[in-house]
Write a protein that binds this ligand. Structure first.
Ligand code: FES
Ligand code: FES
Length: 153
C-alpha cells in the first residue's frame, strides 16, 4: 500500500506491506536509525516517536495507519549543527550513558513540553514512565527535562 506522510517536516511516500511496522519503515526504508528497537512489544519505549503530536511506540504502529501523519524522530530535533535544548540538557546533566534509551526519552520529553511547557516533576516522571533506562537511574534525565521546562535552561 502506498502511504504518504511527513517525517521531520519532509514529505515521504513509501510502498509498504500492510503489516509493516512504523519502526521498520523508519529504520530500514528511510534509514532513520536513531529510532531504536528494544523489546518490540511496546514495553521499553526505545522506539518512541512523535506521531501527530503524541509520543507513541513505533513498534506498535502500522505504517499503513500513518496516512497524512506528521512524524518526528530524533533526527528531527537538532537544527543544523545546533542541538535541541533537550539534547543539550541531556548532555549537560549526564543523562546519557549507553544512549540506547535516549532518542525515545527525548521524544517523550518533547511531546510533553510541546503540550505542557511547564510540567511538574511528577508530570515529567509520568511522561517518561514508558521509557526504560538501564543505566542512569532516571534522576539525571528528570533533571535535564526540568532544566528545559519553562525555558529555565
Ligand atoms: S521497541 Fe517499541 S516499546 Fe520496546
Ligand atoms: S542511557 Fe543506557 S539505557 Fe538509558
Amino acid at each position: 500500500m502506498r502511504v504518504k506522510f511527513s517525517v521531520n517536516a519532509t514529505a515521504v511516500s513509501v510502498d509498504v506491506p500492510d503489516d509493516e511496522r512504523l519502526v521498520d519503515t523508519l529504520r530500514t526504508r528511510l534509514r532513520l536509525t536513531g529510532t531504536k528497537e528494544g523489546c518490540g512489544i511496546g514495553e521499553c519505549g526505545a522506539c518512541t516517536v512523535i506521531l501527530n503530536g503524541l509520543a507513541v511506540n513505533s513498534c506498535l504502529v502500522l505504517t499503513t495507519s500513518c496516512q497524512e501523519a506528521e512524524i518526528t524522530t530524533v533526527e528531527g530535533l537538532a537544527c543544523g549543527e545546533a542541538l535541541h535544548p533537550l539534547q543539550q540538557a541531556f548532555i549537560d546533566h549526564g543523562a546519557v550513558q549507553c544512549g540506547f534509551c535516549t532518542p525515545g526519552m527525548l521524544l517523550s520529553a518533547k511531546a510533553l513540553l510541546d503540550r505542557n511547557p511547564n510540567p511538574s516533576r511528577d508530570e515529567i516522571r509520568k511522561a517518561i514512565s514508558g521509557n526504560l533506562c538501564r543505566c542512569t537511574g532516571y534522576e539525571q534525565i528528570v533533571r535535564a527535562i526540568e532544566s528545559v521546562a519553562g525555558g529555565r535552561q
